[in-house]
Design a protein around this ligand. Structure first.
Ligand code: HEM
Ligand code: HEM
Ligand SMILES: [Fe+2]
Length: 452
């Protein structure tokens, strides 16, 4: 790193990784309930553990994005961050809001809207967090010597995420109306502005790691942004098929969401072009694994597994079954968890003041990568098998919900086995970050960060 203030990213990543670990605890708590008996049924019922599992996911991903922006923007704009202190205040506020929300869920304090369960008083706090972030980063851009496409689009993506959170402040008693607007936040985040964030972070990493020229990646960022906009906006309607809105949403949702894999394909091609053009391997091989991996796994998890059930004629069978978490896990992991882990891995040598770890002793990091990837693949397959069997039994044979669940328990055993493997990978990653490369200071590179 070149600017001392980029160091704030370390603390964003540290908190994000701890929340990631906590997210997994609630994943296990949710999964074991499928196998019963459940001694925690009254204390922590399924809807509470699942809410905490998914909310922690969103919070740590968001933290990872903000931390990444605090690293990327000063470097791209060639200036110190406007206010590191404000960045720490923002982190503190987001952490407190997240923790209060999680504890609140345990006591039944919830707005009840899936993925937007944060109660009324928490939501404005999150808006304030995003405003503080935007203020800090825009002031940084303004005083910098240049605004690159990468930095500008990153800030636009995150500001878009803040704006799109606003519809969630409105609460409706009509379930159809509430669901209709819920997707303005959730869908337009994961299949809209978050995709832009992924594209910019990937562009930044590919420039650093493979030496691909800025003008080439910038062109790809424009292509990804265009394709995301064309497909993702009206693609929202793939969530409107069965919620009680007019029928014209069926063809609209089907057609436009079927185009949604295209931006993910463009990202994968961008990564492949960079990889092919690489003259020699970068010192930080771990970061390269995560960056290329993110592009590829997002294409499979979001693009292909999303496409698999986005047609109304398929979705009428699979909607709301275990086919949905099959896709949800690999999509979220590939697109957003992996890109954050790529940023963490890339910045680690600079943020921990251990430049030597950029090149040497990377075995543990590579093991963490493959263990997590194998684990999440197994989990995806377990959900897929459970989901397809569930659809067949429940919706074709007419077997009751609970009877069908009993018959698919074996897939939850597989899910747990794969999840254990996945968690081992996460522990290796955490050990690499907090243990082996514990923070010693910061490493300021004179002529710019890592080059291949
Ligand atoms: C230890 C590992 C994990 C376990 C055991 C686990 C387990 C589960 C379970 C049982 C559910 C509820 C599924 C249902 O509705 O019936 C769930 C939901 C979910 N999990 Fe995980 N999970 C794990 C890790 C992850 C990771 C790493 C991510 C993302 C990066 C993730 C993202 C999600 C999402 C987005 C949902 C909601 C899906 C939906 O509503 O359909 N989980 N998880
Ligand atoms: C990185 C991008 C993506 C992420 C993180 C993601 C994640 C998710 C999650 C968590 C859900 C469950 C939401 C809920 O029920 O509240 C979901 C649902 C869905 N996703 Fe995605 N998704 C992504 C991209 C896509 C794409 C590109 C497509 C289509 C090509 C797609 C198609 C669908 C469909 C059809 C559903 C509804 C499933 C149902 O009816 O139960 N997704 N997605
Ligand atoms: Fe969607």
């Amino acid at each position: 790193m070149r600017y001392r203030s980029q160091e704030v990213a370390y603390w964003y990543f540290a908190v994000a990784l701890l929340l990631f670990a906590l997210q997994l605890v609630f994943g296990f708590l949710s999964a074991v309930k499928y196998l019963g008996p459940d001694p925690l049924k009254d204390l922590l019922p399924f809807h509470v553990t699942k809410t905490i599992h998914t909310n922690l996911l969103v919070v740590w991903i968001l933290m990872g994005f903000l931390g990444s922006a605090f690293y990327v923007v000063p470097e791209e704009s060639k200036t110190e961050l406007h206010s590191p202190r404000l960045a720490y205040v923002t982190l503190g506020l987001l952490t407190v809001a997240g923790v209060v929300a999680v504890v609140g869920y345990m006591f039944g304090w919830t707005a009840g809207n899936k993925l937007l369960e944060q109660p009324r008083p928490i939501k404005p706090a999150i808006v304030v967090v995003m405003l503080l972030f935007a203020y800090n980063i825009v002031r940084t851009l303004a005083k910098g010597s240049r605004i690159t496409v990468t930095a500008g689009a990153l800030v636009a993506g995150l500001s878009g995420a803040a704006l799109l959170y606003l519809p969630s402040l409105l609460e409706y008693t009509n379930y159809t109306v509430a669901t209709f607007y819920r997707w303005w936040t959730i869908h337009l985040w994961v299949e809209g502005v978050f995709e832009l964030v992924q594209a910019e972070l990937l562009a930044f990493l590919l420039m650093k790691l493979t030496g691909i020229e800025r003008s080439v990646v910038e062109k790809w960022v424009y292509i990804v942004a265009g394709l995301t906009f064309i497909s993702g906006l009206i693609g929202t309607a793939h969530h409107y098929f069965w919620i009680g809105v007019p029928e014209y949403w069926l063809p609209l949702g089907g057609f436009f969401s079927a185009l949604e894999p295209l931006p993910f394909l463009a990202l994968a091609v961008m990564a492949y072009v960079a990889f092919r053009g690489m003259e020699r391997a970068p010192r930080n091989r771990v970061a390269l694994h995560w960056a290329l991996g993110s592009a590829m796994v997002a294409l499979i998890g979001a693009g292909l597994l999303g496409l698999a059930h986005t047609w109304p004629s398929v979705n009428r069978w699979t909607h709301g079954t275990l086919v949905t978490p099959m896709h949800g896990h690999l999509a979220f992991f590939g697109a957003y968890a992996m890109i954050v882990l790529a940023m963490v891995s890339y910045t680690m040598p600079f943020l921990t003041g251990r430049p030597e770890s950029e090149g040497r002793a990377q075995g543990l990091g590579i093991w963490a990568f493959w263990t997590m990837l194998t684990g999440i693949t197994g989990m995806t397959m377990a959900f897929a098998a459970a989901g397809v069997a569930q659809v067949y039994m429940e919706r074709i044979l007419g077997v009751g919900y609970l009877d069908a669940q009993l018959k698919i328990q074996v897939h939850f055993q597989m899910l747990l086995a794969a999840a254990l493997l996945f968690s081992t990978g996460v522990l290796l990653f955490l050990w690499d970050y907090f243990g082996r490369h514990s923070k010693r200071g910061t490493h300021l590179a004179a002529g710019g960060a890592s080059r291949p």
